[in-house]
Design a protein around this ligand. Structure first.
Ligand SMILES: *Cc1c(COP(=O)(O)O)cnc(C)c1O
Length: 412
């Protein structure tokens, strides 16, 4: 018998299952790498955000072990009470120098970096201009702030200008955008966004989660990519993607970072990053400062995949980054494609519009930023990494070709 109070959850879970929105979570039984073991079998991994293969890098593992011997595991408190160790301070200084920012504050994750930043800068009576395809953590940060949220069409700077002109009642104002949009791999037009922000005296903020360690010289991020040092007020990032570890970054002017240390709630009321995480992130900065080789290999791998998938006859969208959307149209086809790829030893995720989703479940999925795409734009998302070898890529391409032909996506 179901408990009365939770019966609505059973109903909603069933709803999700019926509508193909239920998350079936696969368990990985190996280290995160270019090849992983899933359900007892080894597959080529094209799902992770482990762009540089650092999640299982020997130097990061060694650094984490050394730090544990020296400092233990946990910081034991929030940063402001007794949780700031010399390692945390070092990491923030190194990240600021690496990125060419005045200052950096770290948080437990990229998600909390947004929750820390947005409500500290704007509040009730203020206005946020937010790209329609922004990440869920930006959406939540905006909501927590209680500022008025004005959406603008994705990457549409004319619409942004219009929305700014139309919004006449405001206190402080903030423009916020993802740097790299994770579904299509396109990049925000940051130079124009910054110009608009400066012309209107509005704070500018970019969340560079998918660009950290990927874009810019040696992975220094989107601000470096566009040469906009000192011009973007806040650059949020994460160390859980290309850095292969865990932790959030907020980079910007000293005065903004100083303010976050006083006011950001996830910084004040949630404990600091753990010792091995911080040490591994420091080692990642070392690696990136020493050599651009991993970043170059990532881009070379992604370029090869783009070139070859396109030559096979696949529609690969308009990505400007190592994210490749293999456009398939219907969500059911994308799911079938993903299952067939898995049978061929390739793990790549299907992302689809919730075709049958209706009513509350659909509104819910859209509102929380559930990874969905426009109707008829379902796809396989191919996430590339420097951890793949030439052989891995050839093997993957053979699988894509076979599945593509057998499902009639490409000719022959
Ligand atoms: C992944 C992602 C995050 C969350 O980062 P975590 O470190 O995993 O919490 C935040 N913002 C964007 C744009 C992301 O893509």
């Amino acid at each position: 018998m179901t408990d009365d109070k939770t019966a609505f959850l059973d109903a909603q879970l069933n709803d999700l299952r019926e509508q193909g929105l239920f998350n079936h979570i696969r368990t990985i039984e190996s280290p995160m790498d270019g090849r992983i073991v899933v359900d007892g079998r080894e597959v080529l991994n094209f799902c992770a955000n482990n762009y540089l293969g650092l999640a299982n890098h020997p130097r990061l593992k060694e650094a984490a072990k050394r730090a544990i011997d020296q400092y233990g595991i946990g910081p034991g408190a929030v940063r402001t009470i007794a949780g700031t160790m010399s390692l945390h301070v070092q990491l923030e200084q190194r990240l600021a120098a690496f990125k060419g920012a005045e200052a950096v504050i770290t948080t437990q994750s990229g998600f909390t970096a947004n929750l820390a930043t947005i409500p500290s800068l704007v509040g009730k009576g203020d206005v946020i201009f937010s790209d329609a395809l922004n990440h869920a953590s930006i959406i939540d940060g905006c909501r927590l702030s209680r500022a008025t949220i004005v959406g603008y069409a994705h990457n549409d700077m004319d619409d942004l200008r219009r929305k700014i002109a139309e919004t006449t009642e405001y206190g402080r104002r903030l423009i916020v955008s993802d740097g790299v949009f994770s579904m299509d791999g396109d990049i925000a037009p940051l130079p124009e966004l910054v110009e608009i922000a400066q012309a209107n005296n509005i704070l500018s903020m970019v969340d560079d989660a998918h660009g950290e360690g990927v874009l810019g010289r040696g992975g220094r991020g989107i601000v470096d990519h566009f040469g906009l040092h000192g011009q973007v007020d806040i650059e949020v990032g994460t160390m859980s993607k290309a850095f292969g570890v865990m932790g959030g970054i907020v980079a910007g002017k000293q005065v903004i970072i100083d303010w976050l240390r006083q006011r950001a709630r996830p910084f004040l009321f949630s404990s600091a990053m753990s010792v091995p995480d911080v040490a591994a992130c420091l080692e990642a900065v070392d690696l990136l400062e020493e050599s651009e080789e991993l970043v170059q290999r990532l881009w070379a791998n992604a370029d090869l995949m783009k070139r070859e998938l396109s030559a096979l006859g696949f529609d690969i969208g308009h990505s400007e980054t190592p994210i490749i959307p293999l456009m398939l149209g219907e969500a059911a086809l994308a799911q079938q494609f993903s299952r067939a790829l898995f049978e061929q030893g390739v793990f790549a995720m299907a992302i689809g519009f919730p075709t049958v989703a209706k009513g509350a479940a659909r509104v819910f999925a859209m509102a929380i930023g559930f990874p969905t795409v426009a109707k008829g734009a379902a796809r396989i998302r191919v996430m590339n990494t420097a951890a793949h070898t030439q052989t891995d890529l050839e093997q993957a391409l053979a699988a894509f070709e076979q599945v593509g032909r057998s499902l009639g996506v490409i000719g022959g």
